[in-house]
Design a protein around this ligand. Structure first.
Ligand SMILES: [Zn+2]
Ligand SMILES: [Zn+2]
Length: 441
């Protein structure tokens, strides 16, 4: 993106730090992602939902942890309002809120929804993390907490990535237990960390008291050893949770989805239970030497949240879902040079050229007539020189030009010229649309 910084002079206004903006040159990638993500989701019978960007702060404080938690610290509070409003940090709690508010429990269960939109987190923006970023996600809410839905969510995520063109999609899976077994697991992990408390970082020392599972999110070198040898979730979860996970994995095998168990995998939000997962793609650029795991990047994650709806005032309702960080996916698509199929432009374009003032006046109407007839038109109505206009035609990739000169205006005709062969013919204005369509077929 060419920002106007050439003369070392900063513009008076620039985008707020950490706010990701999409410039036109990047949109083909975004369009491609959305086309696939939406298309596949609809094919799997998911319906789109769009909830508000502004939400009550308590919705997230109640569902993701109270004051003092990371979620609380990272939220954008909206000032000058006596209500406690925030810019949503994520959408699962919002979709769950809508499920209750709009009475979705009366519909056929489970309800299958997908969303796309901006989320906001007030953390310090580092490389690849933004304060405003976009997520695409799906939620399966209601009905039984059947493991088939966990597998379906994972399979949908994987299918979207594969359809986009990622070849190596791997899902890391763990189970963090349920209400019955989680308290004891937390205690075990606390006990283990406390006996190793001197070996871990300050943050982990606090986390182990406040929110023990979060120690697994620690990326610090000094904590890795303790982390690796931590008690194994799969040995500690109750038999129902074990069975649930086993079923999920069997479904994944059935669907030929590659997965790895990761005992250190937890999710950053408090409302998850049982299955949690993260989705990875091979992210080395084209031609780069493929080193094992060296370039495996997480592009999304999700899990089961059977207590969320209850936490925010609804009846006990099962749920599972995932979300993608779309900026990250776009970045990897570009790096890997993933092919975007040529824009399936329904309308093939022609280039409209006018010569002279009189023709220019007439042009606008003719251009509109072509468009009404479903013909895409590239025009250079403000560029008066014939040469300049032809340059545009070239850039726009049009194969056919419609030329209107003074003589044609007088004769009520236009010239249709094939820019590849150079062959041209003059046709009466009233036959223009019909003839043009014949040429661009
Ligand atoms: Zn359990
Ligand atoms: Zn640590």
């Amino acid at each position: 993106m060419e920002k106007e910084q050439k003369k070392n002079k900063k513009p008076a206004f620039v985008a707020v730090k950490g706010i990701y903006e999409i410039m036109p040159a990047e949109f083909p990638w975004w369009d491609r992602f959305l086309e696939v993500a939406e298309g596949v989701s609809k094919f799997y019978n998911f319906e789109r939902i769009e909830t508000g960007i502004v939400e009550n702060a308590d919705l997230f404080l109640r569902s993701a942890g109270g004051e003092g938690t990371d979620v609380h610290k990272e939220m954008f509070f909206i000032k000058s309002n006596k209500d406690k409003w925030v810019l949503r940090p994520e959408a699962t709690a919002s979709v769950a809120r809508a499920y209750i508010e709009y009475g979705f429990s009366r519909l056929q269960q489970p309800v299958k929804l997908f969303y796309f939109g901006p989320m906001f987190r007030h953390e310090n923006p580092q490389a690849g993390r933004y304060r405003e970023f976009r997520q695409f996600g799906v939620e399966i809410i209601g009905g039984e907490n059947d493991p088939v839905f966990d597998a379906q969510a994972i399979s949908l995520a994987s299918r979207i990535l594969k359809e986009i063109g990622f070849k190596d999609v791997v899902v890391e899976v763990n189970s963090i237990g349920c209400r019955v077994c989680q308290p004891a697991i937390k205690k075990k992990i606390q006990k283990y960390y406390r006996t190793n408390i001197k070996k871990v970082c300050r943050d982990c020392q606090t986390r182990i008291d406040v929110n023990p599972f979060r120690v697994f999110d620690c990326k610090r070198e000094e904590c890795q050893e303790v982390k690796k040898a931590a008690p194994v979730f799969l040995d500690l979860v109750c038999s129902n949770c074990q069975k649930h996970l086993k079923d999920v994995l069997e479904y994944l095998e059935e669907l030929s989805i590659s997965y790895e168990l990761n005992n250190n995998l937890v999710r950053g939000l408090d409302y998850y239970d049982r299955t949690v997962f993260e989705i990875f793609v091979e992210a080395g650029s084209k031609g780069e030497k493929k080193e094992e795991n060296a370039s495996k990047l997480a592009v999304g994650g999700g899990g089961r949240y059977d207590y969320l709806i209850e936490m925010i005032g609804g009846r006990p309702t099962a749920g599972v879902g995932f979300s993608f960080g779309v900026e990250r996916i776009i970045e990897i698509m570009k790096k890997k040079e993933i092919k975007i199929p040529a824009q399936k432009n329904k309308y093939k374009s022609v280039f409209f050229v006018h010569v002279g003032e009189v023709a220019k006046k007439r042009s606008l109407k003719l251009v509109e007539e072509l468009r009404k007839n479903g013909v895409g038109v590239i025009e250079g109505l403000s560029k008066d020189s014939f040469a300049k206009q032809l340059k545009m035609a070239d850039k726009g990739g049009a194969e056919v030009a419609v030329i209107l000169g003074q003589r044609e205006v007088f004769e009520e005709s236009v010239i249709i010229k094939n820019l590849k062969t150079g062959i041209q013919e003059t046709v009466p204005v009233e036959k223009m649309a019909e003839e043009v369509k014949r040429h661009i077929k």
